[in-house]
Design a binder for this molecule. Structure first.
Ligand SMILES: *Cc1c(COP(=O)(O)O)cnc(C)c1O
Length: 360
């Protein structure tokens, strides 16, 4: 089957084999070695010398950990949003009592760095900037490098949802001065769901020392002290850890530049293929993501029929639109374990299925 939704993504055989291993003592030496091995490799892939924590939970847990470990109720934050996941980050910060200043863009439009500059200039007392690197709901990659540079001009803490970009699209965490960056195992990491991975800079630790938001499960003071002993505070998703370790070996063997280049090639194929099938991209192609392609649904296309034909007759699973984009777009996930050959197959099937799904 071709599972081409933006997560969970397919797992290579090495990962599937790894997750079937017998349980071990999560307070024993063997797990300690596994955790150190995973953490060291994650740091290479995050391109950071700072801390990286392996948390048991989904990506949203990583987003929550980012917020509660750095902020206090009443702290002013600039929450940038241009889609479903930007809204989630915004709501999360509000829920924990941050004083949120929203900077929202239309879904399908990229974040405008100049507007970020304006908002920071106009809003003294802002402590942190919340931003989504790759907006999975609209198929857009925001210019995080520029956004982060602006935030740093104003000396703000930068919290990033990079759940569907890190490990697939270049995001040099230290070079771009991103303080807290979250991702999750089921996206570009070719691993089953169950783990969030979050980097934490020294500036983030300074914020942490004063951060008063309620936290227990996600407390990084606990995570750090346990990590030093080769443990996690709570029982980790051991099988997913086995899988991630195997996936990280595959990723490092391929090498970051090759991974990014492969995602760029496959994404480009997807975009050109969609267009040559008479469809158009939802976002401006200039900002189109290399991990997920969002396609506009034209008037005479029955999209549920299209997705059903692809599933039933071709064994290909694509994603619909979320929230206000339901019925407006469909999405092809191409992150993690994906090659040009896979994309060729998907585009060929799309080409064959489209006439049948078009309404007269
Ligand atoms: C998938 C995704 C999430 C949510 O992750 P869960 O693992 O479902 O909690 C958040 N942000 C982005 C950008 C995502 O792609």
């Amino acid at each position: 089957m071709q599972l081409r939704i933006p997560g969970p993504t397919p797992c290579p055989p090495e990962v599937l084999q790894a997750i079937s291993k017998q349980m071990i003592n999560h307070r024993g030496k063997e797990f300690g070695e596994l955790l150190h091995h995973i953490t060291a490799k994650l740091k290479e892939l995050f391109q950071t010398k700072g801390d990286v924590f392996l948390l048991t939970g989904s990506g949203t847990g990583g987003m929550e950990a980012s917020v509660v470990n750095t902020l206090s109720p009443g702290d002013k934050v600039l929450a940038i949003s241009n889609g479903f996941f930007g809204e989630r980050f915004t709501e999360l910060a509000e829920e924990f009592g941050a004083e949120v200043k929203r900077l929202a863009f239309d879904w399908g439009k990229p974040v405008d760095p100049d507007a970020v500059h304006q908002a920071l200039k106009a809003g003294p007392g802002i402590k942190a900037v919340l931003v989504t690197h790759n907006e999975t709901s609209t198929g857009i990659t925001n210019d995080l490098k520029a956004i982060s540079a602006i935030a740093k001009e104003f000396d703000k803490l930068v919290l990033v949802d990079a759940i569907s970009s890190l490990g697939s699209i270049d995001l040099p965490v230290d070079a771009w001065q991103c303080d807290v960056v979250a991702t999750a195992s089921q996206k570009g990491w070719m691993t089953p769901p169950g783990l969030a991975m979050v980097s934490f800079s020294s500036k983030a630790w300074q914020a942490h020392a004063k951060a008063k938001m309620p936290r227990y499960y996600w407390d990084f003071t606990k995570a750090k002290s346990y990590l030093e002993k080769g443990q996690t505070p709570w029982t980790p998703a051991v099988s997913t850890c086995y899988g991630l370790a195997a996936a990280l070996d595959i990723m490092l063997a391929e090498g970051l530049p090759n991974i990014f280049a492969r995602h760029a090639r496959v994404a480009n194929m997807a975009r050109q293929g969609v267009k040559s099938n008479g469809l158009s991209l939802f976002p401006d192609e200039k900002y189109a993501s290399n991990t997920v392609t969002a396609v506009k649904i034209p008037e005479k296309l029955d999209v549920s029929k299209l997705l059903q034909i692809l599933h039933k007759e071709y064994n290909i699973v694509l994603a619909g639109g979320q929230d206000i984009l339901a019925g407006k777009i469909f999405r092809i996930g191409h992150l993690g374990w994906v090659t040009e050959k896979d994309m060729e197959e998907i585009l060929k099937a799309l080409n064959e299925a489209l006439p049948e799904a078009r309404q007269p």
